[in-house]
Design a protein around this ligand. Structure first.
Ligand code: UDP
Length: 321
């Protein structure tokens, strides 16, 4: 089949491209390289079934041509990373909402299936862990930019479900929880590439807040395996699935784990949220997905441990140094 990946030069998009090529599909990746990087896909450039288009997804003329020939659209292009979102909330809202509008309009025109990449951020500050797909969402006030990301992605979800309900567009929504692996950059705030690079450079690891907040990190190869399988499942249409790991760890313990696995003596430094992001920044204390639904649908669960993933990321940054 011919697959289109928006955000195909991004971290998750480039791994998805590899997985789809390995399944024998033709893959077109479209990316404006705002946060995606040519290096993420340079190893695919010579692949006979891979094509890269350097373009923004809000260019409807180009997107029309791409959507008309693709059978499935994996819509991953979005403003990403808490740090970027807090610094550039206009770009976050415009890219995420306008970009999805274009993709869904075209999916309607050509009746294409859309896999929408959403996020665990849509659960907001909810304390009802593990988060189920049908759970209530708890958002902070609109004066705090962080929540613009969650709200823009929630609008994308509403829009996708509306196009499905009203126009019969086949949509599947994947809520990615923290996803990690080689090629993820720390430039936009993501904690694991930042900690690994700090450890390797002998700089103290910057633990934000108390460090008692928890996350579950899923290896990107496990993540894209779920996405590819959900795309093939007719019963997944019109549904929302959490995709993430349930191996929960505090950020402080994560920092200590990175120091141990890099044999680094760089140590830790506590940084208040106000300094790390902006005054009044709100973080979520625990974030754990329920994965019952995705397991029941496609028999998926993560197979790669956090330690294995950390070792992969460490090897990636060592090789890049
Ligand atoms: N974090 C940290 N130090 C850093 C970057 C992030 O302690 O240098 C924390 C951040 O405040 C959050 C967690 O690590 O509690 C995960 O952050 P990330 O941006 O990777 O993902 P999020 O879960 O916030 O979307």
């Amino acid at each position: 089949m011919h697959m289109l990946i928006t955000g195909g030069a991004g971290f998750i998009g480039s791994h998805l491209a590899e997985a789809l090529l390995a399944h024998g599909h033709n893959v077109t990746a479209v990316d404006d390289l705002s946060t995606g990087r040519p290096a993420n896909i340079s190893h695919l450039a010579a692949h006979p079934r891979f094509q890269f288009v350097y373009e923004t997804i809000t260019n409807e003329t180009v997107m029309d041509r791409l959507a008309s020939t693709a059978e499935v659209i994996f819509h991953l292009a979005a403003a990403v990373g808490v740090e970027l979102i807090v610094k550039d909330p206009v770009r976050t809202l415009e890219t995420n909402i306008q970009g999805s509008e274009v993709v869904l309009r075209l999916a309607r025109r050509y009746q294409r299936k859309v896999l929408l990449a959403s996020t665990s951020e849509v659960y907001g500050k909810s304390a009802a862990v593990p988060f189920r797909e049908d759970a209530d969402r708890v958002m902070g006030p609109t004066v705090k930019s962080r929540w613009s990301y969650a709200e823009s992605k929630a609008i994308d979800e509403f829009l996708s479900l509306a196009y499905h309900k009203q126009f019969g567009v086949p949509v599947v929504i994947c809520r990615f929880f923290n996803t990690v692996g080689p090629r993820q950059t720390g430039t936009y705030g993501m904690v694991i590439p930042r900690f690994v690079q700090q450890a390797l450079a002998g700089q103290p690891l910057t633990v934000y807040g108390t460090g008692e907040q928890t996350r579950c990190f899923c290896n990107v190869r496990d993540t894209v395996r779920a996405v590819a399988a959900l795309a093939e499942k007719p019963e997944a249409v019109g549904e929302i699935y959490n995709v993430g790991s349930q191996e929960e760890i505090t950020i402080r313990a994560l920092a200590e784990r990175v120091l141990a696995r890099t044999a680094s003596r760089a140590g830790l430094v506590s940084v208040p949220y106000d300094e790390a992001y902006e005054v009044g920044f709100e973080d979520m204390q625990r974030r754990v997905p329920s994965i019952e639904k995705v397991r029941a649908a496609i028999g998926w669960q993560p197979t790669i441990t956090l330690d294995e993933t950390l070792d992969e990321v460490i090897a990636y940054f060592r090789a890049a140094a």
